[in-house]
Structure formats: structure tokens, C-alpha cells
Design a protein around this ligand. Structure first.
Ligand SMILES: *Cc1c(COP(=O)(O)O)cnc(C)c1O
Length: 228
């Protein structure tokens, strides 16, 4: 378990150095601890070292951990693929959703978000070039989706998310999809929407993502170790 704490500290150092090297403001990149497949006890270790934001991919697994950790002041982020029949539980139990890629899902989250919880923070997942998963809206369809989502009540369009495929270790090849996501965010700003979030960069590529403007890096293995 102490390994987790050392790894968390190492990840914070990686983020801090990347922020410095890219000449960005201190504190401009936040760490989302991706805790899928990890136990509540493992999350608690990281929580006790002041980590407050956790990202989960699987609804039932996340809900179980939320019950186990209900005394903790955790901000929960949903980052996995979303089926329509799961939107209510997501709207009721998370503060952020990074993986919205179609209007139907956004509409349901908006309708099902309890008013007293305030707006649900939404990122649109974009499928850029060599995407690893099939999820994500295409860059071509993004402007229309952004407009429709931004106009829904009870949710706040915050920005964009992507999961680029692992490609070569060639820095320039790795950099391209992050630069494209950044450019897509700028276009949404030009559409007149106050978006501020780029959710990009994971264990393998967080430095490149930060140099291209990431505001959330989503890190699992570098904190908790390899997944089984
Ligand atoms: C698992 C996962 C991550 C974390 O990946 P690591 O390689 O473990 O850092 C980030 N984002 C999403 C959407 C994931 O599913």
C-alpha cells in the first residue's frame, strides 16, 4: 500500500515538472485518479494524501465504492462508455462526466440531474484520428453537438476529452491528437461557449498532453500499479 503513496507523489512530480517545462501556470493541471478495478481501501490511501478527484468507468463498481467511502469528501467523475439506462444513476451520483459523445445521453443527463445538486459538469468525448476505442464524436460532428449540449439546462458544458491510441513513441506523432483536441476546444470558444477543460493525458503520455494544454490528466496505473 505504501507503494501507492510513493507512486502518487511521483505522479504529482511528473505533473509539476511538465507544467513548469511548458511554461504554464502552477496549479493549472489537475490530477484525476482513475480508480477502476481498485478497492475502496486503495482509494482511501490516496484520499488520505489529499487526492479528492476520482474517475470511474463502471457504474455499479463506482456506486459500491461511493457507499464504502461516503464519509469522504470525494468528487466523483464518470469516464467510461455510457448506456442510456445508466444515465439516471450517473446524473444522481457524479459531479463530472467526461465521456458524453451523443445528444441523447446529454439530454437524459440534463433531465435526470437533481436540481438541488447544481449543474453536472460535462466533457464531450472526441474521436480524434487514431482513437483507441470506438467511442467519441467525430471532429466534423463536434460543433453541432457542442451547441446542442451547451443549451441544455442542469448540465454545464466544460470542454473536451479524448483517449488517443498508443502509437509510436515518436513525440510528434503522440502530440498531434492532443493538439487537435486543443484546437477543437478553441473553435468551441469561438462559437461563444465558455469552455475551459481539456481532459487528456494518461499514465503513458501525460507530459505531452500537458504541453498541449491538458487541464485534467486522468492517471490510473502510474498511481495504483498495473491493472490485473
Ligand atoms: C483507464 C483509463 C484511464 C487511465 O489509464 P492509465 O493508463 O491507467 O493511466 C484514463 N482514462 C480513461 C477513459 C480510462 O478508461
Amino acid at each position: 500500500m505504501n507503494a501507492i503513496i510513493n507512486q502518487l507523489i511521483a505522479v504529482r512530480k511528473r505533473i509539476e515538472s511538465a507544467v513548469l517545462e511548458s511554461g504554464r501556470k502552477k496549479g493549472s493541471v489537475r490530477l484525476l485518479a482513475v480508480s477502476k478495478t481498485r478497492t475502496a481501501a486503495e482509494l482511501l490511501k490516496v484520499y488520505e494524501k489529499d487526492q479528492r478527484d476520482f474517475g470511474e468507468n463502471y457504474l455499479q463498481e463506482a456506486l459500491d465504492k461511493q457507499v464504502a467511502l461516503k464519509e469522504c469528501d470525494i468528487t466523483w467523475h464518470f469516464i467510461g462508455p455510457i448506456q442510456s439506462n445508466k444515465t439516471r444513476a450517473i446524473a444522481e451520483n457524479f459531479e463530472w462526466v467526461h465521456s458524453v459523445d451523443r445528444l441523447k445521453i446529454a439530454r437524459r443527463l440534463s433531465e435526470q440531474r437533481p436540481k438541488e445538486m447544481g449543474a453536472l459538469n460535462i466533457c464531450l468525448q472526441v474521436n480524434i484520428s487514431n482513437e483507441a476505442s470506438k467511442s467519441g464524436v467525430s471532429l466534423l460532428e463536434l460543433p453541432a453537438l457542442a451547441k446542442a449540449v451547451a443549451e441544455l439546462p442542469n448540465i454545464q458544458l466544460r470542454g473536451l476529452m479524448a483517449i488517443p491510441a498508443k502509437s509510436s513513441r515518436n513525440d510528434e506523432v503522440q502530440r498531434a491528437p492532443f493538439a487537435q483536441l486543443k484546437e477543437a476546444l478553441e473553435k468551441i470558444k469561438e462559437q461563444g461557449y465558455a469552455v475551459d477543460t481539456l481532459s487528456m493525458g494518461m499514465t503513458a503520455d501525460l507530459e505531452v498532453a500537458i504541453s498541449e494544454g491538458a487541464t485534467w490528466v486522468r492517471v490510473g496505473r502510474a498511481i495504483f500499479g498495473e491493472r490485473a
